[in-house]
Design a protein around this ligand. Structure first.
Ligand SMILES: [Zn+2]
Length: 394
């Protein structure tokens, strides 16, 4: 079976056009994904590939292209987000898509329009070939990955409701064509210490909330953190937590009446975020018992995200690994500390891996770029995977 040829000029053109359409997430002051969604729809229409739209918020819709296969069973899902982070501080024109020495520059080139371009060109190549495909393939271009995962959440809801059925999902993010089969989740919440304000010339007459918070931080660092090592995951290492924000005090001459920290706890597969949070609450309630005057509020989490874990022995990473090796050499199975759309699909019952061209170190940078060669290899590997796809078992 000769491989279908990927047109490198098409790769460059599609990615250049995607980068030229601003799609900064509205949470970061941007205009959103509508322009990119329109581009994806047009691309599908020209190829005569049917699609559906899923409105996530007014003016923000997922676009799902549906390429038919021989089998009427669950399709293979290719998923990539359309939004990008802000362009503030960039040292290159963010939307020019300039190509120099094999690299294409611009906001989103690497995260994750390179992946989206590879997926679009892959299904375009398959459709134009006229080959009968062993499996149906859906391409979902989704909104709002960079802020709160609203796009993939809507997709996952439709999957959970049985409206869409998938045998597996490849989530496009810059992994240098390695496969990320596990990543951490997170739970973020506020802890507030309540003191008793008073004149700072007589500190003993009040209760200093900042000093109370020192006790909390000591407990987090000295009592809770050492236990993380015991939970170590082979691909992800131990869970972590970070005191990522702190505010407190009213005035230079007032005993602070309150002090608040934000705790960002990164979870491992198998850790239930709400249970993790409840664990902190319990531990800190013991601290209250032994610390005179300590009054704390541990608020419910304002962000919860689940970790991802797909077995390395699952057929999807196995087959994708074989396909990639043909175009980019042997690639690895990895874990990642960052979160992606993949864990939301996995929770909806779809085995998911994260895979795409580009380096995560280039994501969100001042001079974001991607190697076009890698985008082309990603498209070729996806085409190869789909053409040779065989369903296991059922
Ligand atoms: Zn991304």
């Amino acid at each position: 079976m000769g491989g279908l040829k990927i047109d490198s000029a098409e790769i460059a053109r599609v990615l250049q056009e995607l980068v030229a359409i601003p799609s900064v997430n509205p949470a970061f002051g941007g205009s959103g994904e509508a322009g990119v969604a329109a581009f994806v729809k047009n691309y599908l229409i020209k190829l005569d590939i049917p699609y559906i739209e899923q409105q996530v918020e007014p003016g923000r819709s997922n676009v799902i292209g549906m390429l038919q296969g021989e089998s009427s069973g669950p399709a293979l899902l290719l998923e990539a987000h359309m939004d990008t982070v802000q362009t503030t501080g960039m040292t290159i024109p963010p939307f020019s898509g300039t190509i120099s020495e094999g690299r294409l520059y611009g906001r989103g080139a690497c995260d994750t329009k390179g992946s989206l371009a590879a997926m679009l060109v892959a299904i375009g190549t398959l459709k134009r070939s006229g080959l009968k495909l062993p499996t149906g393939v859906h391409l979902a271009a989704v909104v709002d990955e960079e802020f709160r995962y609203a796009g993939v959440s809507a997709l996952a809801t439709a999957i959970s409701a049985g409206e869409l059925q998938y045998s597996g999902a490849i989530v496009g993010e810059p992994t240098n064509l390695h496969q990320v089969i596990a990543h951490k989740g997170c739970v973020r919440f506020y802890i507030t210490a309540h003191g008793k304000p008073g004149h700072s010339s007589e500190p003993a007459k009040g209760i200093n909330a900042i000093e109370q918070m020192m006790e909390v931080i000591r407990c987090l660092k000295e009592e809770i953190e050492p236990s993380f090592e015991l939970k170590r995951h082979p691909l992800l290492g131990p869970p972590t937590h970070c005191i990522s924000e702190i505010t407190g005090g009213l005035a230079p001459n007032t005993i602070p009446g309150s002090c608040r920290i934000t705790l960002d706890r990164r979870t491992l597969p198998g850790e239930e975020p709400l249970e993790v949070w409840a664990g902190y609450r319990e531990h800190l309630s013991h601290l209250k018992e032994v610390t005179p005057g300590l009054s704390l509020t541990i608020e419910e989490p304002f962000i919860i995200d689940y970790a991802l874990e797909t077995a390395a022995s699952h057929p999807l990473p196995q087959k994708l690994g074989t396909a990639v090796a043909g175009y980019a050499g042997e690639r690895r199975i990895l874990g990642a500390t960052y979160g992606t759309d993949a864990s939301k699909l996995a929770r909806a019952g779809v085995p998911a891996v994260v895979f795409g061209p580009g380096d995560i170190a280039q994501a969100h940078t001042d001079d974001e770029w991607i190697e076009l060669r890698e985008v082309e290899a990603a498209a070729a590997a996806l085409v190869d995977l789909i053409v040779h796809f065989e369903r296991e078992g059922q």
